[in-house]
Design a protein around this ligand. Structure first.
Ligand SMILES: [Zn+2]
Length: 224
């Protein structure tokens, strides 16, 4: 039961290999057939019969769905930001991409966390195409996550690679592990943020960011 006493939570890892190697005994990726067998076990655990007609193809579908759900392990978030545009022509105002919808998965229950990310930075020398910010969010979302860790990973990676004057990241999300099980509270969204550089030290920068984003938490995040 509590055999997984992993000393320290460790730093968020950036690649699939380092993440899996940190987990004892699971370093080798199972085969597709093994993964499908595991789904059959869970179907039986749920009380159903994996051999009945409607479920015959389910293990294959689930395993393919997992490839989508967890595509982030195949992506190097640093790589996404590596192509930067340094010609900003004197632009030194805040860049904000707001309402980036994401789908992530709670690492405690493996059920969806669905929400929106607002990502901002104040460029120093480098800017990136805004689609890169959305891809950065996905790279961390498409993994097993906790929202706090994901928020920090997005902000820290942006800060490390772009070296801007400041970074602000806000995530608001609904956790299905809270709405469909446990306390069964729907319509609740969790808001997390990480402010770095001028977003942390300069109240006017932070205020500007919050004003652009609106009032996180006041916007509803659908629980579906
Ligand atoms: Zn959970």
């Amino acid at each position: 039961m509590s055999e997984e006493k992993k000393a320290g939570k460790g730093k968020p890892r950036k690649s699939a290999t380092s993440a899996t190697s940190a987990t004892s005994g699971t370093s080798a990726r199972p085969s597709r057939a093994e993964a499908e067998d595991a789904v059959r076990v869970l179907l039986r655990w749920a009380g159903d019969d994996p051999a009945r007609e409607g479920l015959i193809d389910t293990p294959g579908r689930v395993v393919r769905a997992y490839e989508e759900f967890f595509a982030g392990y195949e992506v190097d978030p640093r790589e996404i930001l590596s192509r930067t545009f340094s010609e900003v022509d004197g632009y030194d105002e805040m860049i904000v991409l707001k309402d980036i919808r994401f789908e992530s998965y709670c690492e405690h229950h493996m059920v969806p966390i669905i929400g929106r990310a607002h990502v901002a930075y104040l460029p120093e020398h480098r800017v990136v195409g805004i689609s890169k910010l959305a891809r950065l969010v996905d790279a961390f979302a498409k993994r097993l996550q906790i929202q706090e860790k994901m928020t920090a990973q997005i902000a820290d990676t942006l800060n490390e690679i772009l070296q801007p004057k400041g970074v602000g990241v806000i995530l608001e999300a609904a956790h299905q592990c809270m709405s469909t099980r446990g306390v069964h509270k729907a319509g609740v969204s969790m808001v997390t943020s990480r402010m770095l550089g001028t977003f942390r030290t300069d109240p006017s920068t932070r205020r500007e960011f919050l004003a652009i984003v609106g009032n996180p938490g006041a916007m509803s995040v659908a629980n579906t």
